[in-house]
Write a protein that binds this ligand. Structure first.
Ligand code: FAD
Length: 436
């Protein structure tokens, strides 16, 4: 049991099987196709922001973690250009020249190292001052993330398709310190501690909101580790034998109850918990998301993306919600507001810790997934999406209001949910492989 957030977080009204079926047959195939489109594959990120918590510890020397840049021409000009203008989610900039130029874009760094999938990025030009307007709402009180400044010359576009999240070999003290800091300092630590980080039985001591916070982070951790097991580099360093694929042994070492003091299955349940949380956020924002043009300048692809987004959102809306955000931060009391503020502060800190990740590839996906989760939290808890009436999301009024989601937030939200969907799907593959 893992689903319904009530007084007791383990009270449950739906089964893992139900989520598996819904995800594997209805969500996963649709998302996989959607996330391959140009609108969703380019994520803007600053990989050079210094770690705000400790001196750079050198990080990961593995070539699998390395960053390679690709040229500006590889990013569709409309995406590139619209970042500079706050019309980036609402449609074209008045520059007809850009539309035709963008048609061939979207294939960056084709000659990259195929085995290890180097990161491909492109350095941006100087960004316009208009961006400051966008930044305003990111920095507003609603934001759960310490987002990168798009205006910074160090911010680059990364092609997510060419840089899949998978095994990189990032481990040891640097990786441990990140997870340890996230859990020990930012996860509302339970009073009694056990093991290297947190024994989830003690999480029961926490109040509902803090348990939810821990479970979301643990679910993210589980998802990242599932991906490195699902896309593992076998026979690393052996010429001719290297191949990417499932590593059942690695998966068992990380999640088998006997090898994790009984914790592994709980971590997997936390993955489902996070899945339902993000699913609920997307369903809640659906009336808003349905009105976005997902503009890249390529008319055919934009039309396809619009149809595909509607189709996906219809599926998501048809699934009965199991995450009930209205049971959190209730009462409107000073204490509830304080708790919400604390929650936001802790989560923002986690997004800042991502700047300390020593492997650039892991950092890109870590930043994307925390920003995606932060966007989901913003949707769930900012109050801006609480109105049930879709007309409340009238595009013109959204344009006028400062509350909007940036393209990067939308890309992060869909891709972060795509990662969770992929993890749930991968669990079935591990199950089948273990049976064979
Ligand atoms: P870790 O995963 O480092 O976990 C440390 C401890 O946390 C465990 O001993 C256990 O007690 C506890 N723990 C484990 N899982 C959970 C959970 N789900 N919930 C609660 N507690 C848990 N490696 C890659 O190969 N590819 C990547 O793309 C990648 N991305 C990363 C992104 C980030 C942000 C970070 C911090 C690390 C990333 N890593 C990646 C590294 C990877 O997550 C592991 O840290 C690494 O493989 C070492 O694993 P480990 O066995 O030491 O345990």
């Amino acid at each position: 049991c893992f689903c319904e957030l009530k007084g007791n977080v383990d009270e449950c009204e739906c089964s893992v099987d139900l989520v598996d079926k819904f995800n594997n047959y209805r969500v996963y195939p649709r998302l996989k196709s959607l996330l391959s489109k140009n609108y969703f594959r380019f994520f803007k990120v600053n990989l050079r922001k210094p770690c705000p918590f400790w001196p750079d510890d050198g990080g990961c020397a593995s070539s699998a973690c390395a960053v390679e840049s690709c040229t500006e021409a590889n990013v569709p000009q409309e995406i590139f250009q619209n970042i500079k203008n706050k019309s980036n989610i609402f449609g074209p900039v008045n520059n007809p020249k850009l539309s035709s130029e963008s048609l061939d874009a979207g294939k960056c760094n084709e000659g990259s190292d195929e085995e290890l999938g180097y990161l491909n990025t492109t350095l941006t030009k100087e960004m316009s001052a208009d961006l400051a307007l966008w930044k305003l709402h990111d920095d507003s009180q609603h934001s759960f993330c310490d987002v990168d400044d798009d205006n910074n010359n160090d911010s680059v576009f990364v092609d997510l398709l060419l840089n899949p999240e998978r095994y990189t070999g990032y481990k040891g003290s640097s990786a441990q310190r990140i997870w340890k800091t996230i859990y020990e300092e930012n996860c509302f630590k339970p009073k009694r501690g056990y093991g290297p980080y947190i024994d989830s039985t003690n999480v029961g001591d926490l109040c509902l909101e803090k348990r939810a916070f821990y479970r979301a982070i643990s679910g993210l951790h589980a998802s990242i580790n599932i991906h490195l097991c699902a896309q593992y580099l076998h026979s690393h360093g052996v010429p001719g034998l290297q191949r990417w694929g499932l590593n059942v042994e690695e998966f068992q070492a990380r999640f088998d109850p006997d090898r994790t003091h009984g914790e592994g299955p709980k971590w997997l349940r936390n993955l489902y918990f996070l899945y339902l949380l993000e699913l609920r956020a997307i369903a809640k924002a659906a009336p808003y998301l349905e009105q976005l043009p997902f503009y890249t300048g390529n008319e055919t692809e934009d039309a396809e993306v619009n149809i595909a987004v509607h189709d996906l959102l219809n599926q998501i809306k048809s699934f009965q919600p199991h995450f009930n955000e209205s049971s959190m931060f209730t009462g409107g009391s000073k204490q509830a507001r304080k708790l919400k503020e604390e929650f936001r502060h802790h989560f923002r800190n986690i997004t800042r810790i991502m700047d300390c990740v020593g492997c650039d590839k892991c950092k890109v996906w870590g930043k994307l997934q925390t920003q995606g989760l932060g966007t989901a939290l913003k949707i769930l808890f900012s109050g801006s999406f609480d109105k049930a009436n879709p007309t409340a999301f009238d595009l013109k009024s959204m344009k006028r209001s400062r509350f909007q989601l940036t393209r990067n937030e939308i890309v992060a939200l869909f891709n972060a949910f795509g990662r969770l969907s992929n993890s749930v799907y991968s669990l079935e593959l591990f199950q089948q492989a273990a049976l064979n």
